[in-house]
Each structure stands twice: as C-alpha cells, then as structure tokens.
Design a protein around this ligand. Structure first.
Ligand code: FUC
Length: 778
C-alpha cells in the first residue's frame, strides 16, 4: 500500500489561532464546559458513513467511532411460508367479530420464523444489531487540573474544538469527519513547543485492541475484526510536527511534539474489502495537508448546511451559557427562542452527518452508538421511527439526504415480495414493523406489535413526498415500481367489512396500542385500524397521481380509484375524537405514545384539510395528553402546528427539551441530553428530527395545495427570519417577521405551476413560471 507522507514541518510555537473561517456564532454552537462522562454529553461528527462522538477528556480523551455498515447478523429467510393458509380463518373470525379468537390464531402463525429481533437484543441472532466500531483513546496522563475548559461543536463547520489550559500550557484539539476525504482528522496543538506527550490506542468492546505496526517505517494502529457477515477495519496514522512517534504494545506513543495531526480511516466489507478500503482512504487523505483537508470539508459542509437557516432571538447573555445549562434554564421557565433555532439547525446537522447519498439510512441512533448491543438493535422501526428521521429532509432543504431511505425501500422490494406471498399470498411487497440491513420484512417475533402491516405503505409515501417537494418526473419514474408494487399488495389484501361494506386491511392492528372490547377484554388484532386506512388511501392517491404524471397504467389507476372510494373513512367517535379503530373502542392506554390514527393530521394531510376531522383530532390530542417518549413529544409539535396552535406546539417543544439523565429504556418522560441528543430515553435520534420538522411546520406548511406562511407562530417567537425552507409544489421560501407579523416573504418556484399562498388567513393566488420569484412585503 501507499504510505501517507509524514510532513515534518518545524513549527516553533504553535499558538492556537482560530481561522477566520471558523469564527464561532453562538446560535450554531453546542458547547459544554466539562468533558463528557457519557456519550450523551459527547459531541457528534459524521459524514453519512463514518461517525464519531468526541468526549473532550483532559487526562484521557475518548472518541467513539462508528461505521454505518457495522451490523452483526446476516441475510436470513424469516418468513413462515405456510402462514397464508391461516389467513382465511383469521379473516372469517374477524368478520364475525371474534377478535380474540382471530388474535389467538394470528399470534400462532403471523410471527417470523426464528428469533426475529431477539426481543430487541438481536446482536447474536441472525437479525443482528448495529454496533460500535471502536474507541479512539488518547491518554495524556495525570497532571494538573484543566482551566478555561471548553468542548464545542460548531454546527456551521462540523468541527469539534476542545480547548483548555493545563500546567500553564494552552491545549487545543480540533476534529472533523470529512465527507470529501472520507477520514476523521484531528489536529492537536499547544502553545508551548515540544509539550505534546500522549499515547494513542484503539479498542472495541469484546475484541482485541488494535496492534501498532510500522507501515513504510511509520507507526500505525490497526483494528480489524469480523462479525458473522461483515469485516471491519480502522487504521490510525499520525503526522508529527516535532517530537517522536513509536509503537508500544497495543498503542502508539507520541513524545515531545509541537503539533500532531491524526487521520483515522475505517471501513466495513459492505462496499469491498474492509482493510483495503480503509488503507485506500488513508493513502488519499494522508498526503493532503490539514489546511486542505479542512478547506475541502468546509466546502462540502457549507454546500448543505448553509442552504437553510432560522434566526430567533434570545438575550445575548443566554448565548454565552453552556448548552446543558441553557436546557436547565429553559426548564426553569427562562425563554430561549434561539435554542429552538439551534435545535432546528442541529436536526439538519444530524441528518447531513448520518445520511448521505450512497450510505445507509439514519438508524434509531442515527450513526452513533457506543455498544455492541445497541438499544432495540439500533435498527429501522417502520411504525414511525425511521420515517420521522426523514421528516425534515424535504422541508429543511436536505433532499439528497433522503436518498439512503429510498435505497433501503428499493432493497426491500424482493424480500418484501417473498413476505407478501408467505403471509398473504399477495402480489407486491410488504414490510411490517422492523427491518435491518439484511432485508427483514416478516412480522416480528410477537404478533401483538410485530404484525402491523403498514410499514411498507408508510415507507412508500416518502418516495412520493420527495417528488411532491421537488417535482422531478425522472425521480418519480425511477421509484414508480416500488410505489406501484406497494399499492398492489394493499389492493390485494383489502376485504369488505360487513357493516358498511367498506374496504379494510385485515388482519392488522393500530401500532403497539391495544383496544378494550365492550366486555373488557384487551386485544390488538382487528380489521381496518384507522392508520392503515389513512395510509392506504394516501398510497393509492400517490400511485394514481404518479401514473397520471407518467402516463402509465391506466387500468391499474382505475382499479385504485374504485378501491380508494370504498376504503373505510376516518370516523369521529362518540366522544368527538378520531376513532383509532373501525369500531369506537377505547384504547387500553389512554396516554399511549403512538397516536397512529392522527397520521393523517401529520405527516399525512387528510385530517389536516378537513375542518370536522381537525376538531376531532384536537379532542384526541387532549385525551392523549402532552407527555410521551422523545419522539412522541416531537410528533405532537407537528400535530399542534397543523392545528395552527403555535403556543401548544411550543409547549411541547419545551417539554421535549427538558433535561434527562436516564439512559435505560423508559416508555415515557422523553426529553433532551446535554449534547441535545433526544432522550426516548434512551438516546433515540427520531425526536431530534421530529423536532426539526415540527419547528419548520410552525413556520411553513404546504399541505392540501396551499402554502401557509407562519401558520403556528408562538408569541415568544415574534421576531425572526428563516430562509431556504421548501414547500410541496417545488417551492423554496424565505420569511422575515416582526411583532408576530409577516413582513417579507420570497417564494421561488423550481417548476412552473400554481402557487396558493395563505398569510394570516388571506389567500394570494398566482401562476408561477419555472425559476420565478414572488415577493410579498408588508
Ligand atoms: C417503537 C416505539 C418505542 C421505541 C421503539 C424503538 O417500538 O413504540 O417507543 O421508539 O420503536
């Protein structure tokens, strides 16, 4: 292999100087005045494939390293191929109202073969688990305490800077994960020549630590290993400015250096031979000086990050408070609108750091995990979680970051078709509640939660959303087969229920929530839960529209139109709420975190565009209450935004931002960790993305063919501006407001078409040309 040149630059004094390009802006900074003890205080970096969590230690620094393809498990056939034989009987029982009997039969036959997700602990079963790659450990030794300490992540640059003084010497470390060069780079400096003495090690829980070896005469650390289906490799090279580097057992020692630049490359065998790939990345990045690596990283980062920005004002003194203290201050009732802007920017930052074209989608923890048994396997949950990860992708102007999800959907077509055949003897493809990188589409190991069959429809809707925001017919043509085959599946499994002769899905359930039958028995299995009906109606609508745009499949379109007209509608129950099931049953947990039947309020549109259903949705939200897991709180921000209640939306966001210390699984009391990671608890990234999308939804909505400006602005955000939000129909929007009123809007049309704007209840209609900008000044 080619060896990176070690640049022996004499440095003299290495005074820490901030480059002008990195001048910090507090509204884009997450920072702490102490090193992290847990990764929920560490600062995340990522390029979509490689992730890092920087703890910022003084005596000992730990940087958790991640690779998106680092999964245990393997491809399996999780389908029970005789399950469809029981389908007629299960349906007969449901049609006769014998739900408990139907559920008993379903529980026996509509589960996956094998261990499934291993009850969320699937690291050692075929399902597998997303795992940590390793820990880069820098040991600086014991010594005097640090003063003037700061660990900060500048979201505008994607650089973490750790700085402090110790024993009269000022130390500074800067770290980024480059998308342009596919390596992690860290520069260590001090203002006293020859003072950098430390030991570098690389380890992985449960594996042998990295060996130090000489490559081209230079010491290098190499960590390698193998999971059942994936090899991994990580290599560290050092570039010395002054001083010496040498191998020790299981470590690399640096002595007397003025400045050191570390380059870390990693890979899994998903994309080739792990070690060759990692070596190749280092060979390319190894000869590129720090300044050039940084320049290329910033150019890449700015191209995405700078497209969209939100400004909300907080008092200047608040901006200089460490982020964890700002959360505490907010929880005590201190207003901090700029923290909402920071949270919005963080959501965008996390998406561009964990989901880039060609990579895997953001999982339950995005890209960041420190364990080999990540909670819930760090997988893709399809009854809201992975979808929520992508809610900001279009509106917050990172549409290319949506692509990994589309690749995942494409990868589910073949296994999903086998599952459709095995369980429903149906054409098309289906996915249930959980999936992984191995194409798992079968029901989960427990039918109660695992047999929800709307995962595929919910995923497929993301394909149409991407089209709807960008209006690129080539994209629509490309994804049309996945959309159509999903609709074929749902068309085939609809049955006619006896009371109203509506078409309904069967057997199904309302995600993870039970109903109470009039006789008190609790069940899950049913026909036509409201969310299924909403999703199928939407999917059929998407495919009808797509087939029209693409001028294909007139017969199938007509079939879908006929079926869509007969789908069970959203019903209002006796309590004036939205019914969660076909019958007006009570839920077994009145405050359950899943509010699935309001899918059509957000992210769907059907309830949002119907005055009667909106009233019922409000009632449902009042019944469910304002508590929940992190993602559930985040969802409710968008619900209330869609009900044009900015105060209620803001209240939910504030609850979501409350400080949380618990790291184990809790099915309620969500909040936020010191590094702004969302707490389910545990850390689960969907709440970060849901909050980002919810904040956008408070400022701009574009459902039902109407672009609404400032539809749910709370009074605390009376001054502000946002630029670069996107709206359905192919629009990009900038807004400025003061005194709670819109002062200026600019809407740019990507494609020609009608624009219906709504500002404080007033409508403006225009025919836009492609490339045209329309301004409103007040
Ligand atoms: C679903 C949710 C849980 C959690 C898990 C990963 O099962 O109901 O709250 O988010 O996914």
């Amino acid at each position: 292999m080619r060896v990176p040149a070690v640049l022996a630059l004499a440095l003299g004094s290495c005074t820490a100087v901030r480059e002008a390009a990195l001048a910090p802006d507090a509204t884009h900074l997450i920072w702490l005045d102490h090193p992290a003890e847990h990764f929920t205080s560490a600062l995340p970096l990522g390029n979509g494939t490689m992730g890092a969590l920087v703890f910022g230690g003084v005596e000992r620094e730990r940087i958790v390293l991640n690779e998106d393809g680092l999964w245990s498990g393997s491809v399996e056939d999780p389908n029970r191929h005789d399950s469809h034989e029981y389908l007629p009987e299960i349906r007969r029982l449901l049609l006769e109202g014998k739900n408990p009997e139907a559920e008993a039969l379903l529980s026996e036959h509509f589960t996956c073969a094998g261990a499934g997700s291993g009850q969320g602990n699937g690291a050692d079963v075929p399902y597998g688990c997303y795992q940590v790659l390793g820990n880069l450990q820098l040991d600086f030794g014991q010594g005097p305490a640090a003063a003037d300490y700061r660990n900060e992540l500048d979201l505008r640059t994607g650089v973490v800077r750790t700085s402090y003084a110790r024993g009269g010497v000022r130390f500074e470390r800067e770290c980024f994960v480059s998308h342009a060069h596919q390596v992690l780079v860290e520069r260590l400096r001090c203002d006293s020549p020859g003072t950098l003495d430390f030991r570098i090690a690389l380890d992985r829980p449960g594996s042998a630590p990295a060996e130090c070896e000489l490559v081209g005469g230079q010491p290098s650390l190499l960590l390698r290993g193998r999971l059942p289906s994936v090899d991994y490799a990580a290599r560290v090279f050092v570039e010395l400015h002054g001083g010496r580097a040498a191998c020790e057992t299981g470590a690399l020692r640096i002595e007397g250096a003025d400045e050191v630049v570390l380059r870390v490359a990693s890979s899994t065998s998903r994309r080739g031979t792990a070690l060759a790939l990692a070596n190749g990345k280092l060979a390319l990045a190894g000869t590129v000086p720090w300044s050039e690596l940084l320049r290329a990283h910033l150019a890449d980062h700015h191209a995405l990050y700078d497209r969209c920005a939100l400004e909300l004002k907080s008092p200047a003194e608040v901006l200089s408070i460490p982020t964890d203290k700002r959360l505490e201050r907010l929880a005590r009732g201190g207003e901090d609108p700029a923290l909402a802007a920071l949270d919005f920017h963080f959501g965008r930052y996390l998406l561009m750091s964990s989901s880039r074209p060609g990579g895997l989608p953001a999982n339950l923890q995005g890209l960041w995990a420190e364990e080999t048994q990540t909670p819930w396997n760090g997988d893709y949950h399809l009854d809201i979680n992975v979808q929520m990860n992508y809610w900001p992708a279009e509106v917050a102007n990172l549409p290319e970051c949506h692509e990994p999800l589309f690749d995942l959907i494409e990868s589910l077509r073949v296994p999903g078709a086998a599952t459709a055949k095995a369980y429903y003897d149906a054409p098309g493809w289906v996915a249930h509640v959980i999936t992984n990188i191995w194409g798992f589409t079968a029901p989960g190991e427990d039918a109660g939660w695992g047999s929800t069959l709307s995962g595929g429809a919910w995923l497929a809707d993301h394909l149409f959303e991407h089209y709807d925001f960008g209006r690129d017919p080539n994209f629509l043509e490309h994804v049309y087969p996945a959309l159509k085959e999903s609709a074929q599946f749902y068309r085939a499994i609809l049955i006619e229920e006896p009371k109203h002769h509506w078409l309904v899905t069967a057997p199904s359930n309302s995600p993870e929530h039970g109903y109470v039958l009039p006789d008190g028995r609790v069940g899950h299995t049913c026909m036509g839960p409201t969310m299924d009906q909403e999703l199928v109606r939407e999917l059929f609508g998407d495919v009808i529209e797509a087939s029209r745009v693409l001028k294909v499949d007139a017969d199938f379109r007509a079939e879908l139109e006929a079926a869509r007209a007969r789908l069970a509608p959203v019903q209002v129950g006796a309590a004036g709420d939205v019914q969660e099931w076909l019958e007006d049953w009570k839920g077994s947990e009145p405050h359950h975190r899943h509010v699935s039947h309001l899918y059509a309020l957000y992210p769907g549109e059907e309830i949002a565009d119907d005055a009667r259903l909106r009233e019922a949705a409000k009632k449902t939200l009042e019944q469910r209450g304002d508590e929940g897991t992190g993602w559930s709180l985040a969802w409710k921000i968008s619900f209330w935004a869609r009900l044009f209640d900015g105060q209620h939306a803001l209240a939910l966001w504030k609850t979501l931002m409350r400080p949380v210390v618990e790291h184990g699984i809790v099915m309620g009391h969500g909040g936020t960790y010191p590094n702004l990671f969302c707490a389910h608890p545990p850390f689960q990234i969907d709440g970060n993305f849901g909050a980002c999308a919810g904040i956008a939804e408070m400022l701009l909505q574009s459902h039902g063919g109407v672009v609404r400006l400032l539809p749910a602005l709370p009074k605390e955000w009376s001054e502000g501006s946002v630029r670069g939000l996107r709206a359905r129909g192919g629009f990009e929007v900038d807004l400025r407001w003061s005194g709670g009123k819109l002062r200026r809007a600019e809407v740019r049309a990507r494609v020609a078409g009608p624009l219906v704007l709504e500002i404080a209840g007033e409508r403006i209609e225009r025919q836009m040309k492609a490339g045209e900008a329309f301004e409103v000044n007040r």
